[in-house]
Design a protein around this ligand. Structure first.
Ligand code: ADE
Length: 296
């Protein structure tokens, strides 16, 4: 996966993304980052200006279309060249001789404009983006970006939450981190084997390490029992409780995807009761019921 980030502050990106797990993945050649300074594509040789006043008035400056579009075109050219070279390599390695088209005219990578006006980023979006070979990010600044260049190049408008930051670099880095760790090979076995929050819309269960007792607080006995089935059941139960408490929105989603088995309730009801209440029956579930349903 190759990330191409159009920004006015490339140093912000370069310093942050080359450490820890992402730095290791980069060294292994699993991912790459390229932060391209939009200012390099300014036509203003003296001040390298990339912004101007807004037509119709209003406070603040707007990023102009031309430097962004030229920056984007340079990235596309670079990606196309790399893809064509890879095609040539494949053809040479292939005895049958794969067809080399020479130019990849139809190729258009996804371009993510990070903006508070976008759809709010989530784990599902991260895993969709992780399937791409190349992703281009556009980081805005000032009062925004000339709409015409957005119309021309952007495929996805994405926000990291309902608040406004001073620029798009931090949101882009947040998304790049979440996407990168889903690229095959980026996480080692231990890291990827971890049960994660947002898998199946449930938050992760509480975890404990040594010592067994700290500040008078004991590790739950079940975790020391060695009974893996019981541990799994306890963890699922804890995940459900935690999600219900902290993220009722996710809990509702999980519940709709994991409805309790109505048979059990029906069996307990008399036939006549069931007939009366069926029309407006609202399934209210106690956590105990959920646990029972998931034990089977
Ligand atoms: N730029 C400024 N604020 C933002 C946000 N919340 N998400 C994405 N991009 C942004």
């Amino acid at each position: 996966m190759n990330f191409h980030i159009m920004t006015l502050f490339p140093e912000m990106i370069e310093h942050s993304l080359s450490t820890s797990i992402l730095g290791r993945a980069m060294m292994k050649g699993l991912i790459s980052f390229e932060a391209i300074n939009i200012r390099n594509y300014s036509k203003d040789d003296k001040h390298h200006k990339v912004d101007d006043y807004t037509y119709g008035g209003g406070a603040g400056m707007l990023m102009q279309a031309q430097p962004i579009y030229d920056c984007y075109s340079a990235i596309i050219e670079k990606i196309s060249k790399a893809r064509n070279e890879a095609q040539v390599d494949d053809a040479e390695a292939d005895d049958n001789g794969a067809k080399i088209t020479g130019d990849d005219a139809a190729f258009k990578p996804r371009v993510i404009y990070v903006t508070p006006q976008g759809a709010v980023f989530n784990q599902q979006m991260a895993s969709d983006f992780a399937k791409e070979d190349d992703l281009i990010f556009l980081c805005g600044h000032y009062e925004g970006v000339d709409e015409r260049v957005l119309e021309e190049i952007v495929t996805d408008y994405v926000s990291i939450g309902d608040y406004v930051l001073t620029g798009g670099e931090l949101p882009a880095m947040v998304m790049i981190d979440a996407i990168s760790r889903l690229v095959p090979g980026v996480l080692n076995n231990d890291e990827s084997a971890m049960t994660e929050s947002f898998n199946n819309n449930l938050l992760e269960y509480p975890q404990y390490s040594r010592p067994e007792e700290w500040m008078g607080k004991k590790v739950p006995a079940i975790l020391l029992s060695g009974d893996h089935k019981k541990v799994d059941e306890w963890r699922l139960e804890q995940s459900i409780i935690r999600t219900k408490e902290r993220r009722p929105d996710l809990y509702e989603r999980w519940l709709s995807e994991n409805p309790p088995e109505p048979e059990k309730k029906k069996r307990r009801r008399k036939k006549s009761d069931a007939a009366n209440s069926e029309a407006n029956a609202e399934i209210t579930i106690e956590l105990g019921d959920e646990k029972k349903n998931h034990e089977t």
